[in-house]
Design a protein around this ligand. Sequence first.
Ligand SMILES: Cc1cc2nc3c(=O)[nH]c(=O)nc-3n(C[C@H](O)[C@H](O)[C@H](O)COP(=O)(O)OP(=O)(O)OC[C@H]3O[C@@H](n4cnc5c(N)ncnc54)[C@H](O)[C@@H]3O)c2cc1C
Length: 391
Amino acid sequence: MSTSHSARVVIVGGAIMGSFCAWALRQAGHTGPITVVEKDPTYQWSSTALSAASIRTQFGTPTNIAMSLYAAQMFREIREVFGDDADIGFREKGYLILGGPGDVDARVAAAAMQRSHGAEIEVLGPEELQSRFPGISVEGIGVATFGARHEGWFDAWSLLSTVRRAARQGGVEYVEAAVASFETRGARVSSVTLADGKQLPCDFCVLAAGAWSGRLAAGLGIALPVVPKKRTVFCFKTPFKLANFPMLFDASGIWVRPEGDSYIGGIQPPPEQDFDADGDFEPDHGLLEEWFWPLLATRIPAMEELRVQRAWAGHYEVNTLDHNGVVGAHDELTNLIFATGFSGHGVMHAPAVGRGVAELITAGGYRVIDMRPLGWERIRTATPLFETIVY
Ligand SMILES: Cc1cc2nc3c(=O)[nH]c(=O)nc-3n(C[C@H](O)[C@H](O)[C@H](O)COP(=O)(O)OP(=O)(O)OC[C@H]3O[C@@H](n4cnc5c(N)ncnc54)[C@H](O)[C@@H]3O)c2cc1C
């Protein structure tokens, strides 16, 4: 890939991925024009604004672990990176993942692998789980893994506002418009066409359009397997209180974590009901009655008493090949760079993706984290990246 510090970069999508790419380019010394095209500056339907904004280092691939560690360090040092008024409410209160008796060997091995890559993961047996987190039933639990450091949650909206502001201060231009199509010349995207027909010429085009990315790529004749899947979040109050309650992912598939003096939680729909969402942002209240509430009450009996305050739904940008991000250049359109498809872990990985994309454009290759395992090659060859911990 030819590189340049003065190239014209057009980024499609201005939420967390697009904004981190833009900001990191400036940080990397890119002097050329950077234009972020964002169709909705309110971000009301962006996955970023609707996410649960948690971070974990418990992944099954070293690349994902490294990306989480990169973000955790940035989150801890957010004021040094973005200035004294930056506050993303980072709560480093840990991520607790529960498994059944049949999961013990795999979880012990996974924790050892994660530790060997810098994560700080403890393995807890049922008794220790019970004494560390009273109130959580250990019925049917064989193993728990917990990362007290580098894991927890934060405020995704504040993170987006912070990086977007910094990008603008660095001279990045945000254009309010919808990208309609792309022009190509030979093996390159030569310009991006907006809905009003205006064309933005580019030397590099970064596709960071979240759940919309698959459709946009289709306009270039590229089969990018990224589709929107609806995920509902329930926000509720319960009399149950436990100091230092972590982000909890139960063996049953439910997740729950504190949010101020309330809790948020959810569960994926059963696979046969997990349709492509196509503009559907209506919360799935049936999931609460049928799945989430009973399973929550089983795992934390004192949470049976709860009062739902509100619910919302957003879209995961699911990479149907392997639920992992797609980062890097296309093999034929070599100046088209993907930064999408993170399927439920994109907010936590956006800082690292931004850095990686900036390195590709300014240096022609990765310097800090080798993201080649997330590259287009595996999509073209339909070779999934083996990641054991996705949900
Ligand atoms: C309920 C829920 C819970 C989640 N929980 C977590 C979590 O705990 N931790 C985590 O890390 N991640 C989580 N995620 C995933 C995370 O939110 C996403 O991976 C991440 O936000 C993706 O960022 P993005 O910038 O790629 O996409 P988005 O935030 O969706 O942004 C894409 C942007 O592109 C714009 N766009 C689209 N098409 C066009 C076009 N044609 N022209 C111009 N602009 C366009 C859109 O308006 C949008 O602003 C969750 C997601 C959901 C829905």
